[in-house]
Design a protein around this ligand. Structure first.
Ligand code: AOF
Ligand code: ZN
Length: 369
């Protein structure tokens, strides 16, 4: 957008902040925010409702009522033009008599894809497109990834000790990072549609992989375990909580090589998991798994470990973001080595963010291109 005013930038930045706050809470819809501004004053402000509807614009207009006439609407995503479960937001903006709509990002949803803009312009509304596009893209990155690439956006998170370890053999869960980092990871979980670990981590740590932040307990993402041979114990916390928070076990095709299959009856293990409410998904590669998740409306996936799962995702070339939390202590003997640490981040990733969380160092990398 050419020559935006300071006021335009300020209101769009506020809308983007609001949209980011609700990431993970509007699935499968994107978290979109809308500010209605009249004579420099915000008269309506809303974000996509939990579980996706009503959309942001409809709620912001309801708040603004007649003050929306001749106002400017700032929206982080192009207003929709399709008749879905709710009427089109573009029509609502026209009916309310807004004079101008400022959009950060166009909507690639094939039902919209520019038609929202055409609808507004046909009604004589001034439409400015592309304000704060990088921030807009970041706030919508998971949604855009699923719309455009038909797969979730993938974040790989690693908590690494000062000597490059992610745990200690046979020790179960080992504290590597401090309370601030752990709270950050809880927020990251709440913002993700799904969270994945490998069977090694699921067995060693017996994690629950739920969100335990006050007020966000019901924001737990779908939990996924990579478990080619269906080794996950029916007594694990993951399986025991499968009726409350969905659990998918990804088993891959049976290898066909008896020596690689553990003793016992695979069909029986599968039946036991399914009887506990677990979904068993047979899929081959990481790419196939991501396509399957995308088609279920999962837009963001957090890969939390361990080393085997992290390597499988890195090798697939489908990791979009890496977050490294480096703690101060040494694990030493019997350490489980991380696939890489902050000094050896794989090529093709750029540092975009870093912070100190207590004694920990946080670094975030984004895939280039
Ligand atoms: C908006 N404002 O706040 C959001 C939008 O299933 P439906 O009918 O709710 O439509 C989902 C689509 O609506 C989604 O793919 C995206 O194109 C758009 N999301 N649009 O005008 C909003 N969340
Ligand atoms: Zn809409």
């Amino acid at each position: 957008m050419a020559n935006p005013t300071r006021e335009d930038e300020r209101f769009m930045a506020a809308a983007l902040r609001l949209a980011r706050h609700h990431l993970g809470q509007t699935s499968t819809n994107p978290s979109v925010a809308c500010l209605i501004v009249k004579d420099g004053i915000v008269v309506g402000r809303a974000v996509t409702a939990s579980s996706g509807r009503p959309h942001a614009e409809a709620q912001a207009l309801a708040e603004a009522r007649e003050r929306a006439r001749r106002a400017t609407a700032y929206v982080t995503l192009e207003p929709c033009s399709h008749h879905g479960k709710t009427p089109p937001c573009a029509d609502a903006l026209v009916a309310a008599g807004v004079a101008r709509v400022v959009i950060s990002i166009l909507d690639p949803d094939e039902r919209v894809a520019g038609r929202g803009v055409v609808r507004l312009r046909d009604a004589g509304i001034t439409v400015d497109i592309g304000l704060l596009p990088e921030e807009g893209h970041r706030a919508l990155e998971a949604y855009l990834m699923r719309q455009v690439s038909k797969r979730p956006h993938v974040t790989l998170k690693l908590a690494i000790s000062a000597d490059g370890m992610i745990g200690r053999k046979g020790a179960g869960q080992v504290r590597i990072t401090g309370p601030i980092s752990r709270a950050q990871v809880q927020i990251l979980r709440a913002q993700s549609d799904a969270i994945l670990v490998g069977i090694g981590t699921a067995t060693a740590d017996d994690p629950e992989l739920t969100v335990r932040l006050p007020g966000l307990e019901d924001r737990s993402p779908v939990r996924i375990v990579l478990d080619r041979r269906l080794d996950l114990s029916p007594g694990s916390k993951l399986v025991r909580s499968a009726r409350d928070v969905p659990l998918i076990v990804v088993s891959g095709e049976p290898s066909g090589q008896p020596e690689l299959e553990p003793a016992g009856d695979r069909a029986g293990r599968r039946a036991a998991l399914e009887a506990a409410g677990v979904e068993v998904l047979e899929t081959g590669s990481v790419a196939d798994l991501l396509t399957a998740l995308g088609s279920r409306g999962i837009s963001s996936l957090l890969v939390e470990g361990g080393a085997v799962a992290a390597r499988a995702f890195l090798e697939s070339g489908l990791v979009d973001r890496i977050q490294i939390y480096t703690g101060p202590q040494q694990i030493g003997e019997n350490g489980i080595a991380s696939p890489f640490d902050r000094k050896s981040v794989p090529a093709g990733f750029t540092l975009v963010n870093s912070a100190r969380y207590g004694d920990d160092l946080f670094e975030e990398y984004e895939r280039e291109n």
